[in-house]
Design a protein around this ligand. Sequence first.
Ligand code: MN
Length: 189
Amino acid sequence: MTFELPELPYEKSALEPYISSKTIEFHYGKHHKTYVDNLNALIKNTVYESMDLDDIVRSTVNRAESTAIFNNAAQAWNHAFFWRSMRPNGGGEPEKELKARLIKDFGSVEKFKEEFKAAAVSQFGSGWAWLVEDTGVLRVIKTSNADTPIAHGLKPILTIDVWEHAYYLDYQNQRAAFVDAYLAHLINW
Ligand code: MN
């Protein structure tokens, strides 16, 4: 199949002032689109052409000969998930069921936010921080570069992209300020 850049779930300017239209233009319109375009070029006339995105990710992880396909497929997956992890007027309190689970597995919503922020800020170089479900328990993890929880049997709940392209135009090197804005104003519980 040929993959298409999924529609952004809100207007380009909808996350302002926390993420600018300019950042969305580059991050969604250039970076995300390039992962999708590269993936389509790489899978042409291969066995991967008949698979969905999740299956391509799971079939190519940790296979040296498929690194480029994995990287582009995983990044296509991660970005589609990232846009849906945010919403205009996000932040605030988690919905009731998720809130109860965060309290059960982290102690409090605040403790979850602290752990999530620590993972996002401490990811060295490019990568992602995640809230995932691991055999019924909620955990925070971080992944490097394109790596994604779906390649490792974990179910993603929320993510933040901490590649510099995600925040540099708006926050320069202040990754922690970007993570704070995400948790306070953008997160789509
Ligand atoms: Mn990105």
